[in-house]
Design a protein around this ligand. Structure first.
Ligand SMILES: *[C@@H]1O[C@H](CO)[C@@H](O)[C@H](O)[C@H]1NC(C)=O
Ligand SMILES: *[C@@H]1O[C@H](CO)[C@@H](O)[C@H](O)[C@H]1NC(C)=O
Ligand SMILES: *[C@@H]1O[C@H](CO)[C@@H](O)[C@H](O)[C@H]1NC(C)=O
Ligand SMILES: *[C@@H]1O[C@H](CO)[C@@H](O)[C@H](O)[C@H]1NC(C)=O
Ligand SMILES: *[C@@H]1O[C@H](CO)[C@@H](O)[C@H](O)[C@H]1NC(C)=O
Ligand SMILES: *[C@@H]1O[C@H](CO)[C@@H](O)[C@H](O)[C@H]1NC(C)=O
Length: 342
């Protein structure tokens, strides 16, 4: 634009011929045009310079901060610096994030465990995202969903601010995980996803919990609402009043089947960076939560949950055909399930 103005001035000046000294006037125009040109050039050069400089500084800052000099080198493949599309991580752009997946089975304490994790200010565990069938129809849908979660673009009630240090979700073995295990383990290993296995030792108690939960799905014992997890002893007592009958004919093979599924999951996914947790250990030993936070590279915090355990006390009080069950399991490898507290 400045250039146009210069030419414009020149033209108008030329058009207006001066009788006195055209040479002098032409010189003035020429000098004016030159000054104009120089001015424009100097502005352009200045702008290019500042732009290049800021870019250079930005790159330097990101690279410097996003390098993990203080961190154990073996940990680096599991550290990430996601750039979400939906928001900016602002001051935490360069603080590392770890990706995790809790691999578990229904009624194994994973809901409770997740509330514990989410009580940490730097953790987002986004729940059972693959309970929705569309998201696990095929491996490309699964990968698309995983990419969104790990890019921090997944929104759930557990989503945290930009300063989170670990992001994940829980994935039940029967939610496409076992069918697509080859591709999923490849994804986990290439993207550095850490696996938290969470299982329950006492599979008989798990069975009681499953039967109770599926009964409540239609009985809706709590004021007409189905609840899988409760927050008060009163609610727990109401739910545990229902005593399921266990099919003692298929009991042994059912327990074996569950054991086999767990063993398979361990075989499929233990090439990933992983930790194995048992619900019973988490209940008895709070130090396990320190291990988990260490595994996820988190600053140690006291983790809390408002959830209350539903089935307390001896199992004999929670199974209708206890005599049958007792007889079926006595003398087998599963005998200990009859006695243990959790
Ligand atoms: C996967 O499933 C989605 C939706 O269910 C479908 O649109 C897509 O074509 C499928 N992709 C493949 C590779 O089968
Ligand atoms: C954890 O979150 C807090 C609060 O948002 C933040 O100040 C801190 O830097 C985060 N820590 C890590 C390790 O990301
Ligand atoms: C059912 O609702 C009543 C009235 O709102 C409340 O007092 C009671 O505690 C509820 N019971 C349960 C089991 O939630
Ligand atoms: C118990 O399991 C056996 C063997 O799987 C089956 O044939 C039978 O129908 C089951 N009984 C009930 C009441 O479900
Ligand atoms: C509790 O867990 C910690 C960490 O896993 C372990 O070192 C300790 O031996 C456990 N304590 C008991 C009593 O099992
Ligand atoms: C199982 O049955 C045996 C024999 O009747 C009895 O001695 C034992 O106490 C029972 N076990 C439990 C845990 O109820």
């Amino acid at each position: 634009m400045a250039e146009d103005i210069c030419f414009f001035n020149k033209d108008t000046l030329i058009i207006k011929p001066s009788k006195k000294s055209p040479v002098l006037l032409r010189m003035i125009v020429l000098v004016f045009a030159m000054i104009c040109g120089l001015y424009i050039c100097s502005i352009c050069v200045k702008q290019i310079n500042t732009r290049a400089k800021t870019k250079f500084i930005n790159i330097e800052v990101i690279e410097r901060n996003c390098h993990d000099y203080g961190i154990d080198q073996s940990q680096i493949p599991s550290l990430h610096y996601p750039r979400p599309e939906t928001f900016s991580r602002s001051e935490c752009t360069c603080s590392p994030v770890r990706f995790f997946a809790i691999l578990s089975m229904q009624r194994s304490g994973s809901g409770w465990f997740e509330t514990l994790l989410n009580s940490h200010v730097n953790v987002s565990s986004n729940g059972e995202i693959f309970s929705v069938k569309d998201r696990r129809d095929n491996i490309s849908e699964i990968v698309k969903t995983l990419d969104r979660v790990y890019n921090l673009d997944w929104f759930s009630s557990a989503s945290k601010n930009e300063c989170l240090a670990a992001v994940g979700f829980k994935w039940m073995l029967n939610q496409g995980l076992m069918e697509h295990h080859t591709e999923i383990v490849k994804y986990f290993n290439s993207r550095g996803v850490s696996v938290i296995f969470l299982f329950r030792r006492n599979l008989l108690r798990r069975m009681v919990s499953m039967l109770g939960n599926s009964y409540d799905r239609y009985a809706k014992l709590l004021n007409g609402t189905h609840k899988s997890h409760v927050h008060s002893q009163e609610e727990a007592d109401t739910l545990s009043k229902y005593k399921p009958t266990i099919n003692s004919t298929s009991l042994m093979s059912d327990l074996k089947q569950m054991e086999l599924t767990v063993a398979k999951a361990l075989a499929y996914f233990s090439s990933s960076r992983h930790i194995i947790l048992f619900y019973e250990d988490l209940i008895k030993n709070r130090t396990k939560l320190v291990d988990v936070q260490e595994f996820l590279g988190l600053p140690q915090m006291d983790l809390t949950s408002r959830q209350v355990k539903i089935h307390n006390g001896p199992l004999s009080e929670h199974i209708k055909n206890w005599e049958d069950v007792n007889k079926t399991l006595r003398g087998t490898t599963y005998e200990s399930f009859l006695l243990s507290d959790y």
